[in-house]
Design a protein around this ligand. Sequence first.
Ligand SMILES: Cc1ncc(COP(=O)(O)O)c(C=O)c1O
Length: 389
Amino acid sequence: MISEPADHAHGILPLYGQPERVLARARGCRLVDAQGRRYVDFESGVWAANLGHAHPAVNRAIRRSLTTVMHQGYAFRSAEAETLAAQLARLHGLPGARSVFLSSGSEAVNLGLQIAMQLSGRRRFVRLDSSYLSAFGYGRLAADNDQRIDLRCDDLAAVDAVPWHEAAALVLEVGGASLEVVRFPHEDFVARAVEAARRAGARLVCNEVTTGFGRTGRWFGYQHYGLLPQLVACGKALGNGYPVSALTVDAEVAAALDAQPLRYAQSHQNDPGGCAAANAVIEALEAGDWVARGAAVGEHFAARLAALRQHRPQQVLEVRGRGLMLALQLADEALAQRVARRLFERGQVVGQRGASLRFMPPLTVTKAMVDTLVREIGHALDAEPGAPR
Ligand SMILES: Cc1ncc(COP(=O)(O)O)c(C=O)c1O
């Protein structure tokens, strides 16, 4: 039985907000809090539960690993990890690729950068200024991180100004869900940056922590750009909420690492438990055709948001996104905050940053759930003082 703590802040460091309500149950797209209030989760937790919460097949795989082997030492191989490595090589279209499995997206991105740096002997890397990379390490956003070279997203001239020969890697995160509240760079900009990196010998690291596993209407965000990554980091949806991440490297990088091995010790490395969860996630996504089905619901969702904008052009400035990674830019931040708050009170959990609302529901979300949310957004906007009638 989960009960609400008397003092909601007690004992927990408020590092990212200070929520008040306690969640009691999560299943599919639906959440129920300790007071019995019901919600639809348009954030998929932190953009992880692409199959919906408590997916039965994923839960079965986790339970199985709990009673066989969930975690093990470096003395053993793991069949679950090797199966998952083969699955990722297939999904990425990278024959001869190899993977390592960690716990968080930040770890996978940082390890990718560490490998690119070791192999090139260079200590810097380029990222798009629209993209988030990691909570710590090379990718951290701190102003004193001089290893990071920020490239202005969609600025073609800026591509030529990058000191590419200092860069071990170009890290491409094509969704920009965190910092820009969903932003996909233009194809010609990406092509130019990737070509400049390639010519200078900087490797392409694709960050698919957020855009992976069907989120953008394809299996991986880089596929919208016709790219093949040399290194690719995945997390979040890989475990559908269970903390497991992956760094996959192509055959060339794998061979280079054979010649120049990297020693990397982390307790949770290739854990059978996380890999079992991830294998079940991939199997369920494929069996249910959820990438294509999520893309179809995403199109419906985007069309409904576009209609909302058409009827309320003063309040709704822009609809952006791909697949089920969508955003609605409102007239200002205060309006977005009020609308998000009202939606929460009405049982609709959405993201909000600046003037934008963000929607990244499970791929299993229904058109009816989408229609209800869009109706609620309309009501919230109509309730604003001075709203057009
Ligand atoms: C694009 C992107 N990369 C990396 C990360 C880091 O992943 P994690 O929070 O699992 O460490 C995030 C987290 O939100 C992200 O959005």
